[in-house]
Design a protein around this ligand. Structure first.
Ligand SMILES: NC(=O)c1ccc[n+]([C@@H]2O[C@H](COP(=O)([O-])OP(=O)(O)OC[C@H]3O[C@@H](n4cnc5c(N)ncnc54)[C@H](OP(=O)(O)O)[C@@H]3O)[C@@H](O)[C@H]2O)c1
Length: 234
């Protein structure tokens, strides 16, 4: 049975990946910065729960020590948005955003490189805003763009272990519930901005992640799961 660690696995897309992986017969490890939340999902799946905070290297090192007998795949969904314009940038939040998406996954690679089995892979999470600049999306856009480069460079570094990224469009993952009544408007706008005329569902993204785990001839790529949003004119 292949072992998969899902960082950010306690909710939204991370939990959706963990659930599908359990259903597909993987030995699932749910990593999250809140151990209680990780344990709740892990209990549901018969999985293992670990506390992993991408902002705290010691938790990444401890998780690697717990999984020292080997890991086949690591998926990392971490994100710490800092959606402001340039004049309002906060240094600490800026570093936090880069750490969740870029620096943290690099440190995951550092600690898990010796444990990842040669046929295994890492899947990183980017996002469509990396290719759609706009006021207020400076940080999110740059970090998501950096993830695509990280996948390429990490793939070369960790080879033959494969490294790829998934770049979702707007997905009704639960992350937008915080908008309350505003969520429907966001989903509607995003649907209008795609070629397929709808917003994304978690299964759209999970399907891509699960394919990447098995796609043995694909490495260093970013798979765009956003209904053609980058190609829509106007
Ligand atoms: N949903 C969308 O529309 C959409 C669109 C484009 C890209 N994406 C990307 O897809 C990924 C998943 O998004 P989502 O929709 O599932 O919702 P999300 O709210 O963006 O999920 C973020 C995940 O990151 C985890 N996280 C944040 N900081 C962390 C840290 N320091 N250490 C470990 N985990 C940390 C969160 O866990 P906690 O439970 O601890 O907060 C949560 O599981 C993100 O990278 C996001 O940018 C999503």
């Amino acid at each position: 049975m292949e072992r998969i660690l899902v960082i950010g696995g306690a909710r939204a897309l991370g939990a959706a990946v963990a659930r599908r992986a359990a259903k597909d017969g993987y030995d699932v490890v749910v990593g999250a910065r809140g151990l209680a939340a990780a344990e709740t999902v892990a209990a549901e799946l018969g999985a293992t729960a670990l506390r992993i905070d991408l902002q705290d290297e010691s938790t990444i090192a401890a998780a690697a020590a717990r999984l020292a007998d080997g890991v086949d795949h690591v998926v990392t969904t971490g994100s710490a948005p800092h959606d402001v314009r340039a004049a309002e940038l906060d240094h600490e939040k800026l570093v936090g955003a880069f750490t969740a998406k870029v620096l943290g996954p690099m440190l995951v690679a550092k600690h898990f490189a010796p444990l990842l089995r040669p046929h295994g892979s890492m899947v990183l999470f980017s996002g469509v805003v990396g290719w759609r600049p706009g006021p207020g999306s400076l940080v999110k856009g740059t970090t998501n763009g950096a993830v695509a480069h990280l996948a390429r460079h990490l793939a070369a570094d960790l080879a033959p272990v494969r490294v790829n990224a998934v770049s979702p469009g707007v997905v009704d993952s639960g992350a937008w519930d915080r908008l309350g009544a505003g969520k429907a408007a966001l989903l509607g706008r995003s649907a209008a901005g795609t070629l397929v005329g709808r917003h994304g569902e978690p299964d759209d993204v999970v399907d891509a992640v699960m394919w990447l785990l098995r796609a043995g001839f694909v490495s260093g790529e970013t798979i765009h799961v956003e209904g053609g949003a980058r190609h829509k004119v106007g």
